[in-house]
Design a protein around this ligand. Structure first.
Ligand code: PMP
Length: 405
């Protein structure tokens, strides 16, 4: 039995207007935000509010300095070589769309191939499909094996001189498996193609080192990392950093504008950040990373590992509960169904008992097709969960099973 020493840092979890008990098992959808992050954003709006990059006045200069400091915090967090490699976006989805709309038109020609897997979130499928259609590219699917794992031999069979990109999730948002990123990246680089990692789930559960991974692009969202919504990050390796054209046009991304044509653009990161950024969100994200660093990612990972083992053991005691995917190397999420009962029913019953889980297709329809399930339930965990949460969750699942038969 163990508690989370950090639970009290999260106001929503301690809001007495919530049901009692209130157990949050939906961090893979969005993680709760600690008070430090909320206060950082409030401080910006209360005392420091001004826009960035434009003004000579001190409030604006201060906001710019703080935003660039947050960029450096992110760069250090993922071990980028320079803060210029960190592009602020609205989230993982926008980061992937940015790569699809800049990398593909520049580095591919009709007939070239993109590899994606059948465990991707729709955000790491649809942008590639849209561009493939436009540019005449072919999408190849690296399929999971019978254990719902990605086998590197299967990747090898798909690689060719036509391969231009592998887009792969770091950790599946349904199965929780950690994918063999480093090995896959080495193989893909051997055919001269680029690798994009969808880090939406990966970023919150273990230390990410983009240099060690060797990936060319790493995308993640602030709100899965105890930060705010509406802000995310795209890391771009130097190989492509200033070789990609701008995507959106507007203020802040230009160097010189003239009519009727002939506008020139800033270098990265600003060339990819048209318009006024989400300054409060960026500062909030920086603070979320400070919060995590203060605890230590290793300590968080250790806490979560123990919790996952405990959760799986306890869930297996519930009659006719099936868990999807392998338990080895599983991080952050456990997807399941209870007998033949519809996931929405289970989710609604749990909600009535004060337990928040996620039900549905989890924006991963191709993966659910492989599982031959239209919908599944998903319990996901963060640093604030403890064994008590799991005990209550499992006890309520037993009750539901008893009620529904
Ligand atoms: N990829 C994965 C694996 C995810 O879990 C999510 C969020 N559910 C996304 C991408 C998209 O993230 P966002 O909606 O924050 O852009």
């Amino acid at each position: 039995m163990f508690d989370s020493p950090w639970r009290d840092d999260f106001p929503t979890l301690n809001n007495h207007q919530q049901t009692s008990p209130f157990i949050y098992l939906d961090s893979a959808a969005t993680a709760q935000t600690p008070l430090a992050v909320i206060e950082r954003m409030q401080r910006f709006y209360t005392h420091e509010y001004a826009t960035v990059h434009r003004g000579v006045h001190r409030l604006s200069a201060h906001a710019t300095q703080n935003m660039e400091q947050a960029r450096q915090t992110v760069a250090n967090f993922v071990n980028a070589t320079s803060s210029d490699q960190i592009i602020f976006t609205k989230g993982t989805t926008e980061a992937i769309n940015l790569v699809a709309n800049t990398y593909l038109p520049t580095f591919t020609q009709a007939g070239d191939e993109i590899i994606i897997t059948d465990m991707e979130h729709h955000s790491n499928i649809v942008p590639w499909q849209m561009l493939a259609e436009k540019l005449g590219l072919t999408i190849k699917v690296w399929q999971m094996n019978a254990e719902y794992r990605l086998d590197l031999d299967d990747l090898q069979k798909l690689l060719s001189k036509k391969t231009k990109l592998l887009a792969l999730t770091h950790i599946s948002n349904v199965l929780g498996c950690i994918n063999p990123i480093k090995a896959a990246t080495t193989m893909v680089h051997q055919v001269g193609a680029a690798v994009l990692i969808d880090g939406a789930q990966g970023i919150a559960h273990q230390q990410v080192d983009v240099q060690d991974m060797g990936c060319d692009f790493y995308a993640f969202s602030g709100h899965k990392l105890y930060g705010p919504t509406g802000v995310g990050v795209l890391y771009i390796a130097n190989t492509y950093l200033n070789k990609l054209p701008p995507w959106e046009g507007g203020g802040a991304m230009i160097e010189y504008v003239q009519l009727p044509m002939g506008t020139t653009y800033q270098t990265a990161p600003w060339r990819f950040e048209a318009g006024t950024p989400n300054i409060a969100g960026i500062l909030g994200l920086g603070e979320a990373i400070n919060y995590i660093n203060h605890i230590g990612m290793d300590i968080i990972a250790d806490h979560e590992d123990k919790l996952m083992v405990y959760a799986e053991e306890q869930m297996q005691t519930v009659n006719s509960l099936s868990i999807y995917g392998a338990s080895v190397n599983r991080v952050g999420v456990i997807s399941f169904n209870l007998g033949n009962h519809h996931a929405f029913d289970i989710g609604s019953f749990l909600d009535n008992y004060g337990i928040a889980i996620r039900t549905g297709h989890h924006c991963a329809m191709p993966l659910l097709q492989r599982l031959q399930q239209p919908v599944v339930c998903r319990a996901s965990f963060g640093l604030y969960n403890d064994t008590h949460d799991i005990d209550v969750f499992v006890e309520r699942l037993q009750r539901i099973k008893h009620l529904l038969g």
